[in-house]
Design a protein around this ligand. Structure first.
Ligand code: UDX
Length: 442
């Protein structure tokens, strides 16, 4: 049955959630304080790149199921099921998460809620946040105990956001065990079309639900850093980490996914989530439990430095005066997100060491320019590689994976390619007279 649903925050998470809730038949109102973003969405434009999301957005706006507003008054009056999908970035100069956006939604919304309602938090938050927000909401709302706060963490991956929202691996709901309310019943109704597909639905307490999310991301980060640590060993021993990953990945207990060694993880989630988790563990007096995450972070950051070192070797010992083409700026393919992107981090370090850097990315150019305005940017792969002494592949976009030597032979000054994602075939490039380097490969 169709419900009225609001979604606060229209970033990667919120906009996707709003559009997908409309897609499964609900009447949805997306809310954001950023008027420019709302104007774009109202016009059926996704303010970022996410494959397939624009169709879902347009279709549901046209069907009249999806609207957007900047008005909290309108949102509070219109619906009694509110999703909270605003960002929880890393605090400046600290590891901990910045909760100002989640707090602010509850501070502004709760006083406007006069009838029983449920707020479902989706943002990734430090354990304990949901309980605090519940208290705050009850205090500020005329509905008092009638305003529930529950937690429904989101596991979507950028690039697969629509698919992950409509067909998630599992749904998790944390409820306030001290205050049995309607949250579970309401969420089962909202997600009925998804649950019908047979998804596991795990209902637990607030703290466990919050922890599920950071535990999942910590595990993924650990898996990537594990294989990158193996890459360091492979480099030292002259072995090949890609073969090693394939071989251990056949063990079903290990699995091949998330074992791609390379320049490491970035993005708006994994790096800041493991740091916020460590910070929170410290507050809880359990920091020892997570000291390994510091190493996970270290291994990850070392990959970036290593890429710069190898680049320097490849151009003959000094980057001064060299031209380096950097293919990729986004933290991963099929995204325009450059938050903590290893690609731009490497590009920046190369430039600081005297290289002329030309970056090209199919979708992330605008965001990259905003974050790193002093880097050189090119309009195409060919332009970026013009006269290059070294070509780096740092984001494994399909068009870079499919590059063949003939595309670049006549353009570059020196035939050297450094594959920071181990995503192109060394044999093909070597056979064409190129120097090929990967990370963790001989
Ligand atoms: C992640 C989680 O996967 C998702 O469940 C959560 O909701 C948000 O955080 P996302 O940040 O979109 O999603 O990207 P993900 O696909 O997990 O990749 C993260 C980073 O790890 C990327 O920089 C990617 O390039 C890197 N990565 C991934 C590797 O270096 N090797 C791998 O094998 C896999």
């Amino acid at each position: 049955m169709s419900k009225r649903v609001t979604v606060f925050g229209t970033g990667y998470l919120g906009a996707t959630h709003a559009a997908c809730m409309a897609e499964i038949g609900h009447e949805v109102l997306g809310v954001d304080i950023d008027a420019a973003k709302i104007a774009k969405l109202e016009a059926g434009e996704v303010p970022f790149y996410e494959p397939g999301l624009d169709e879902v957005l347009k279709r549901n706006i046209e069907a009249g199921r999806l609207r957007f507003t900047t008005s909290y008054e309108e949102a509070a009056a219109w619906g009694d099921i509110h999703f909270l999908g605003v960002g929880t970035p890393q605090r400046r100069g600290e590891y901990a998460a910045d909760l100002r956006f989640v707090n602010s939604v509850v501070e502004k919304l709760a006083p406007l809620v006069t009838k029983p309602a449920v707020i479902f938090g989706k943002s990734t938050v430090p354990v304990g946040t949901a309980a605090n927000l519940g208290e705050l909401a009850r205090e500020l709302s005329p509905a008092g105990e009638g305003l529930e706060v529950a937690w429904n963490p989101e596991f979507l991956r950028e690039g697969f956001a629509v698919e992950d929202t409509l067909r998630p691996d599992r749904l998790v709901l944390g409820v306030d065990r001290d205050r049995p309310g309607r949250a579970e019943e309401v969420l089962r109704e909202i997600y009925a079309p998804i649950l019908e597909l047979g998804m596991p639905f795990i209902v637990t307490d607030l703290a466990t639900a919050e922890l599920v999310k950071v535990a999942a991301n910590s595990f993924l980060a650990t898996k990537i850093s594990f294989i990158n640590a193996m890459a360091e060993l492979c480099e030292a021993a002259g072995a090949d980490v890609t073969v090693l990953a394939d071989a251990i990945g056949h063990d079903k207990r290990i699995g091949r996914k998330f074992l791609n060694a390379g320049v490491g993880f970035g993005g708006g989630c994994l790096p800041k989530d493991i740091r916020a988790f460590m910070a929170r563990a410290g507050e809880l007096g359990a920091e020892h439990a997570l000291t390994f995450l510091r190493e996970v972070d270290n291994i990850n950051m070392r990959r970036r430095t290593r890429m710069v070192e190898i680049s320097r070797e490849l151009v003959g010992g000094s980057l001064l005066g060299s031209r380096v083409a950097v293919l990729g700026a986004a933290f991963k393919p099929d995204s325009d997100d450059v938050r903590d992107s290893p690609a731009l981090n490497v590009a920046g370090q190369l430039q600081l060491q005297g290289a002329t850097v030309n970056v090209f990315d199919p979708k992330a150019m605008e965001n990259a320019r905003r974050e790193f305005p002093t880097l050189g940017y090119s309009a195409s792969t060919e332009e970026a590689c013009q006269g290059a002494d070294l070509v780096l592949v740092v984001t494994e976009w399909k068009q870079f994976r499919e590059l063949v030597p003939a595309d670049l032979n006549k353009i570059v000054r020196r035939k050297r390619i450094f594959d920071g994602r181990n995503c192109i075939d060394p044999q093909v490039w070597r056979a064409a007279g190129w120097t090929y380097r990967g990370l963790g490969r001989p």
